[in-house]
Write a protein that binds this ligand. Structure first.
Ligand code: NAD
Length: 252
C-alpha cells in the first residue's frame, strides 16, 4: 500500500482529473479536488475527497487552492496539474481571448500552483508534481495552436522544476496521453466533424486514431494509474521526464 499523502488535483469534475481523484482516494491519500465547476463538489464527495471551487485562470485562485489544501490537511505532498480546455480553429481565425485563456489555465496556473506548493514540499523534503500534458506536448496537429503551445510549454516547466526540485526530494514529471475518452474529446470529435464535414465515427477512426498503433481511445483510469505511480515513493528516481500513453502514436 502507498504511504498516505496529501494531494491537490485540478480539473476534477470529469475525465482524467476525476479518475485521478478516485485512484488517489482508493490509495488512501487525502485529496483536495479543485475545479471551477460546482458540480465537482458532489463528484469529489462521492470519491471521498474535499472540494475547492476555483477558476484557475485567476492567479489568486491558484494560490487560494494551495492555501486551502494546507489549511485543511496541514501540508501538501502531491500536486497534479490537470485542468485543461481545448479550442479548435486555424491560426488565422484563432480568437486572441481563447489563446490567452488557454495559456492562463494550462501553463500559467500550473506554474503558480507549483510556486505556491513548492515551500511546503521543500520543507518536508518530499514532493511529487505530475503535469498532465499531452501527445500534443511532443507533436502538433493543425487547428490547436494555443493548446499545443501550452502543452509544449508545460514540458519546459516540468524540466525546469525537476532541476530545481532535485536537491529537495521533489520530483516533477509529465504524462503525455493521446486521445482519452472524456468530455473534452467528445467535444473535439463534434468540432472536428463540423470543421471537416465528416461523421463523428470517421473523425475517431481517420483523424484521432490515424497515427495510433492501438486503435482505441484510452480510458481515464489508465492515465490515473500512471499518475499514481509517478506520485509514489517508488518513482523517487524519476524526474524531468515525459511519459507517453499514446497508443504508439509517437513511435513512428
Ligand atoms: P475534461 O474536460 O473532462 O476535464 C477538464 C476539467 O477541467 C473539467 O473538470 C473542467 O471543469 C476543469 N476546468 C476547465 N476550466 C477550468 C478553470 N478555468 N478552472 C478550474 N477548472 C477548470 O478534460 P480531460 O480530457 O479529462 O482533460 C484533462 C487534462 O488532460 C487536460 O489538461 C487535457 O489537456 C489533458 N489531456 C486530455 C486528453 C484527452 O484525450 N482527453 C489527451 C491528452 C491530454
Amino acid at each position: 500500500p502507498a504511504t498516505p499523502r496529501v494531494a491537490l488535483v485540478t480539473g476534477t469534475t470529469s475525465g482524467i482529473g476525476e479518475a485521478v481523484v478516485k485512484h488517489f482516494c482508493q490509495q488512501g491519500h487525502q485529496v483536495l479536488a479543485v475545479d471551477f465547476n460546482a458540480a465537482g463538489e458532489a463528484k469529489a464527495d462521492a470519491a471521498g475527497a474535499a472540494f475547492f471551487q476555483a477558476d484557475l485562470t485567476e492567479a489568486d485562485a491558484c494560490r487560494a487552492a494551495v492555501a486551502e489544501a494546507v489549511k485543511r490537511f496541514g501540508h501538501l505532498d502531491i500536486l497534479v496539474n490537470n485542468a485543461g480546455i481545448q479550442h479548435v480553429a486555424n491560426i488565422e481565425e484563432f480568437p486572441e481571448d481563447k489563446w490567452r485563456q488557454i495559456l492562463d489555465l494550462m501553463l500559467t496556473a500550473p506554474f503558480l500552483l507549483t510556486q505556491a506548493a513548492w515551500p511546503h514540499m521543500r520543507k518536508a523534503g518530499w514532493g511529487r508534481i505530475v503535469n498532465i500534458a499531452s501527445v500534443h506536448a511532443q507533436v502538433a496537429s493543425p487547428g490547436k495552436a494555443a493548446y499545443i503551445s501550452a502543452k509544449h510549454g508545460m514540458i519546459g516547466l516540468t524540466k525546469t522544476a525537476a532541476l530545481e526540485g532535485g536537491a529537495h526530494g521533489i520530483t516533477v514529471n509529465a504524462i503525455c496521453p493521446a486521445y482519452v475518452k472524456t468530455p473534452l474529446v467528445d467535444n473535439q470529435i463534434a468540432d472536428q466533424a463540423r470543421m471537416h464535414g465528416m461523421k463523428e465515427q470517421d473523425v475517431i477512426e481517420q483523424i484521432m486514431l490515424k497515427n495510433a498503433a492501438i486503435k482505441r481511445l484510452i480510458d481515464p483510469s489508465e492515465v490515473a494509474s500512471l499518475a499514481g505511480y509517478l506520485a509514489s515513493d517508488a518513482a523517487g528516481a524519476v524526474t524531468g521526464s515525459s511519459w507517453n500513453i499514446d497508443l504508439g502514436w509517437t513511435a513512428q
